[in-house]
Ligand binder design. Structure first.
Ligand SMILES: NC(=O)c1ccc[n+]([C@@H]2O[C@H](COP(=O)([O-])OP(=O)(O)OC[C@H]3O[C@@H](n4cnc5c(N)ncnc54)[C@H](O)[C@@H]3O)[C@@H](O)[C@H]2O)c1
Length: 342
């Protein structure tokens, strides 16, 4: 049985149990949307997985099923803390997926300090752990580091167009600082690390309360309310199903060469209006949408260049329609379980 909040003594015994054939992997942000999907994938692959999270945006129930697995341990801990650094520097880690960071544009207003701290001290702590253990790091950065892009598509050499003191800067500059810090550890200390710039992901494991566009839309429909579309809805985004995203992270961990940056995303541009139409069709919603002015400056379009990740053999497999169908099914099951457990 996996453990919630495993204790120090247990860490010592896990250290002693080190074997050559089991890979010990740390996932920060394990109770989040991507983290919980990634942990499930790694656990099913036979790795010894340590998940850490402080639940600032994640949920306990995301990892509940995984706690039944022998090769999963969960630690409720803030990666900004010294405690994290002390505990995890002692583990026989080979790989670290560093995902911890509050996400979603509305969180930029709510949690700016937490974003900046986890992106600076949190990332420093993760890199110190990697240095101590000799582990490879894959860091989940974001397409937000490109800001309001003036180049399409955005390739990994594009430096972006970001306002360092603008309303989105706690997230954008936080991620940019993390990237810079990681590259410093690669160059100065020889730590093996790659950076992955994720474009929008979606799928099962998202919370219905998540303020990002797909769950927000579905939550409104499920409560029989008109979903809100910010602006005129012509702004475009690209959406990648979470299984494809997780495969991309794993692909970079396995085959990415040291100190590289890889975009991961879908290249299919979809406007928020088109996305709303697809979702309305799938859930048979005929009530339309309500347009409102955006509460924070919105970026009108983004599009990744994915040549680098493709050169590692990665391909997107799930279409947007199929992915949304699977996501709707997931949310409906969640709703059903909630009612049954009341
Ligand atoms: N989902 C996307 O579309 C997307 C796009 C671009 C980048 N990303 C990046 O991928 C990562 C995961 O995103 P997600 O969508 O799963 O977000 P999420 O908010 O669902 O998960 C992030 C997790 O990190 C945890 N966390 C935050 N600060 C922490 C701290 N100090 N210590 C320990 N845990 C902490 C949160 O509680 C949460 O469980 C984030 O770094 C995010 O910036 C995601």
């Amino acid at each position: 049985m996996g453990k919630f909040n495993a204790k120090n003594e247990e860490i010592a015994s896990l250290k002693a149990k080190r074997t050559n054939d089991t890979e010990h992997v740390l996932v920060t942000g394990a109770a989040g949307f991507i983290g919980s999907n990634l942990c499930a994938h790694l656990v099913s692959g036979g790795n010894m997985v340590y998940g850490v999270d402080n639940f600032i945006t994640g949920e306990k129930k995301s990892t509940a099923r995984l706690l039944e697995e022998e090769n999963f341990r969960f630690f409720e801990i803030d990666i900004v803390s010294d405690d994290f650094l002390k505990k995890f520097s002692k583990l026989p880690l080979k790989k670290i997926f560093h995902l911890a960071c509050p996400t979603g544009v509305p969180n930029i207003k709510k949690l700016p300090e937490e974003m900046l701290m986890v992106s600076s001290i949190g990332t420093r702590n993760v890199m110190e752990v990697a240095k101590a253990c000799g582990a490879k790091v894959v860091f989940s950065s974001s397409c937000e580091i490109y800001g309001q892009p003036e180049k399409f598509p955005q390739d990994e050499n594009y430096a972006g167009n970001v306002d360092p003191v603008g309303p989105r800067s706690p997230y954008e500059e936080g991620k940019r600082f993390s990237e810079s810090l990681i590259m410093m550890y690669v160059k100065k200390y020889g730590v093996d690390a790659d950076i992955v710039r994720l474009f929008n992901g979606y799928g099962p494991g998202m919370r219905l309360e998540d303020p990002r566009v797909i769950p927000r839309f579905l939550k409104s429909v499920f409560s029989n309310k008109k979903p809100v579309v910010y602006g005129d809805g012509n702004q475009t985004r690209t959406f990648l199903y979470v299984d494809d995203l997780v495969n991309g992270l794993v692909r970079v961990m396995e085959s990415g060469s040291k100190g590289n940056v890889y975009n991961i995303g879908s290249v299919e541009q979809v406007s928020i209006n088109e996305l709303s139409e697809i979702m309305s069709e799938i859930v048979d919603w005929k009530g339309g949408v309500e347009h409102r002015e955006h509460f924070i400056d919105d970026h009108c379009a983004r599009q990744p260049s994915i040549e680098k990740i493709r050169s590692l053999g990665w391909r997107k497999k799930i279409t947007l329609r199929k992915g949304i169908e699977k996501t709707v099914e997931y949310f409906l099951n969640e709703q059903k379980n909630k009612i049954m457990n009341k």
